[in-house]
Design a protein around this ligand. Structure first.
Ligand SMILES: Cc1cc2nc3c(=O)[nH]c(=O)nc-3n(C[C@H](O)[C@H](O)[C@H](O)COP(=O)(O)OP(=O)(O)OC[C@H]3O[C@@H](n4cnc5c(N)ncnc54)[C@H](O)[C@@H]3O)c2cc1C
Ligand code: FES
Length: 259
């Protein structure tokens, strides 16, 4: 059962252009509802708006003594602009933790593939791996790159790609995934989060190299708990699945990439 909680904003740091990292005190939310890295919270953005906005958990800690969770978000529209105007000490109406998260084995070794604002939830995966992770991170340009230092510190290796070549290698995340797998396929799975074209490219690379792959899908959401049809996506077997409740993480082979 998700917990609805008034969460105090205890830290607010800019991490990129129009991009913020918030740390929230989440009561017992993490302890009661954590299933794995890659889950998300649904935050009410403004008192007059009905809809909450889904934001992935970047990292979380239970019992410190309040549970703490951090989120990183980019201002896209009205809701996230409202969120970015909150200040330390303000309280947010948060529902969480929602969704399934990535399925990870203790002791497993993972290849993390993140693009843009899809990078933050993979930080929780890197923490879970205890150093046994390689990250391929992609951004549009150097100016948009986020969380490079934290990933560099806790991963075995971190490879950086930008669309325009202004930082790291020029190219896309799927190119980086192929470059890693060419030399080393010894991964329990690839875990990917980012825009759909990037996920499709990573899923193709995973299939070619025979490495299992999980993808975190993004879809517009309303209820966030499986009670409406707002976030349904088609699967390869012709069925529809809810991103909020059945996902957001799916086996890459289950997704209908042509939809
Ligand atoms: C499971 C999940 C996890 C997410 N995690 C993060 C995160 O960690 N950090 C982050 O910055 N964002 C994340 N998002 C995206 C975030 O929810 C949207 O950016 C936000 O809802 C936009 O709200 P808004 O009111 O600011 O913009 P709106 O005015 O609602 O929309 C602004 C623009 O963004 C597009 N948009 C809005 N929501 C989505 C969506 N869900 N998918 C694709 N396009 C969308 C709209 O079509 C429009 O073009 C996540 C989305 C999902 C579904
Ligand atoms: S947002 Fe309502 S079912 Fe997913």
């Amino acid at each position: 059962m998700p917990v609805r909680q008034s969460c105090k904003l205890v830290s607010k740091v800019p991490v990129g252009p129009n991009t913020w990292q918030f740390v929230l005190e989440a009561g017992e939310m993490v302890g009661r509802t954590f299933r794995g890295p890659g889950q998300f919270v649904h935050i009410a953005c403004g008192h007059s708006r009905l809809l909450r906005r889904p934001i992935s958990v970047c990292a979380c800690q239970a019992d410190v003594p309040e549970d703490l969770l951090s989120v990183v978000f980019e201002v896209r529209g009205e809701g996230t602009a409202w969120l970015a105007r909150r200040e330390v000490g303000d309280s947010l109406d948060v529902l969480g933790l929602l969704g399934n998260g990535f399925q990870m084995e203790r002791g497993g070794r993972y290849l993390l593939a993140g693009g843009g604002i899809g990078v933050p939830p993979l930080y929780g995966c890197a923490q879970f791996c205890d150093g046994r992770a390689v990250a391929v991170l992609g951004f549009r340009s150097a100016q948009r790159a986020i969380l490079l230092e934290p990933f560099g510190k806790i991963c075995e290796g971190a490879y950086l790609y930008t669309d325009d070549g202004s930082l790291g290698k020029q190219g896309y995340v799927a190119d980086g995934v192929r470059a890693v797998l060419d030399k080393d396929k010894n991964f329990t799975a690839i875990l990917a989060c980012g825009p759909k074209p990037m996920l499709r490219g990573v899923a193709e690379a995973a299939r070619e190299y025979g490495v299992p792959c999980q993808v975190s899908m993004e879809e517009r959401m309303a209820c966030g708990v499986g009670a409406c049809l707002g976030c349904a996506i088609p699967m390869a077997d012709g069925t529809m699945r809810h991103v909020c409740k059945d996902g957001p993480v799916f086996d890459a082979q289950e997704v209908d990439w042509n939809a």
